[in-house]
Design a protein around this ligand. Structure first.
Ligand code: AHM
Ligand code: MG
Length: 338
């Protein structure tokens, strides 16, 4: 029997490009290159459980190379591919302290911020992990970019998304015209459109937070979480807690099923006083996706994540992200109105 003819992600990207007659195709090509890197990482992640077995004799794989840590592999895969794609002028990665230059002569008009393998501490326990990316226009496209090109607000993103490596691998991206999800068919190595024009439910039933930090939060955050545990008059039930501890996986569930995720500042841990999650390659791209899907993302001081002016490549930010109704409600608590 013939297989159904799915819409591949490349087809979808190229079709979306045709909506903009002035488009040069560079953003489309950049995304398609990035997706090749994601497929490479997906294949490697699927082998993770076997890596130790294959690499038992002194951590060598079957090609006789040293087995790399997966997050290092993911970082190198994206970095090497994107440095020579011709569409990027500079990059930043969670794995590297400094801005990453591209190969000489390959400077393009965009910048790329990425978390190569978010939630990588979960690899050993087979929990979903993911790659998050954020793309801006470079300040002086076609020339070598610098940190300044990367320190742009989330609202200036031209595209953002993530790839989740889970029970199946999925790509979710937006170029500012809605959010679209694609599922990888590993038998042909193609991402096919599976979730067109994703919208978050207006109100959710789930909350995701590391409640172990309860005593470290400010009162408004604690009060909000207590409120969620009360019986809702309409549903007759409290909110249900769902926390994986892998941001992409927690966000993805909330995007599809509805939910609110919180990682507030931690007032007893100086290292987490500004939150744990990173602005440029965790909070801002997911905020872009959330807003495109009718959700919202704010800090615990009620600032819109997309409006934050970055000052450091790796700055952290308290993150509250999810369905609009729920984020609006947290805001009431934070503003002392509840
Ligand atoms: P990582 O980028 O080092 O993987 O850390 C980020 C991860 C997120 O995926 C997740 O939301 C968060 O850390 C979980 O933190 P905690 O274990 O403190 O709940
Ligand atoms: Mg991360």
């Amino acid at each position: 029997m013939d297989r159904p003819l799915g819409i591949t992600v490349s087809r979808h990207i190229l079709d979306s490009q045709h909506i903009h007659p002035q488009a040069t195709g560079e953003l489309s090509s950049l995304l398609i290159e990035l997706i090749v890197a994601a497929k490479t990482i997906s294949a490697e992640v699927n082998m993770a459980g076997l890596a130790d077995i294959l690499g038992m004799s002194g951590k060598m794989n079957i090609q006789g190379e040293h087995v790399q840590k997966l997050d290092e592999f993911a970082n190198n895969t994206i970095k090497r591919r994107m440095a020579r794609c011709g569409y990027i002028s500079v990059m930043t990665s969670e794995e590297e302290a400094d801005a990453i230059p591209v190969a000489e002569g390959y400077e393009g008009k965009y910048t790329l911020a990425f978390d190569p393998l978010d939630g990588s501490s979960n690899i050993d326990v087979n929990v979903s992990i993911g790659t998050i990316f954020s793309i801006h226009r470079a300040l002086n496209g076609g020339t070598p970019g610098s940190e300044n090109d990367l320190l742009q607000k989330g609202s200036e993103q031209v595209a953002a998304g993530y790839i989740i490596y889970g029970s199946s691998s999925m790509l979710v991206y937006s170029t500012g015209e809605g959010v679209h999800g694609f599922t990888l068919d590993p038998s042909v190595g193609e991402f096919y459109l599976s979730h067109p024009d994703i919208k978050m439910p207006h109100k959710s039933k789930y909350f995701s937070v590391n409640e172990g930090n309860y005593h470290y939060w400010d009162d408004p955050v604690r009060n909000y979480i207590e409120y969620l545990k009360e019986t809702d008059k309409k549903t007759g039930r409290p909110y249900s807690g769902r926390y994986i501890g892998s941001l992409v996986a927690d966000f993805h569930r909330n995007l599809i099923a509805g939910g609110i995720f919180l990682y507030p500042r931690d007032n007893k841990n100086p290292a987490k006083k500004t939150g744990k999650l990173r602005l440029l390659y965790e909070a801002a791209p997911l905020a872009f996706i959330a807003e495109q899907a009718s959700g919202r993302a704010i800090t615990d001081e009620c600032q819109d994540i997309l409006d934050i002016e970055p000052y450091d490549l790796h700055q952290r930010v308290p993150l509250i992200i999810g369905c609009k109704h729920d984020v609006d409600m947290v805001q009431e608590f934070l503003a002392g109105k509840k």
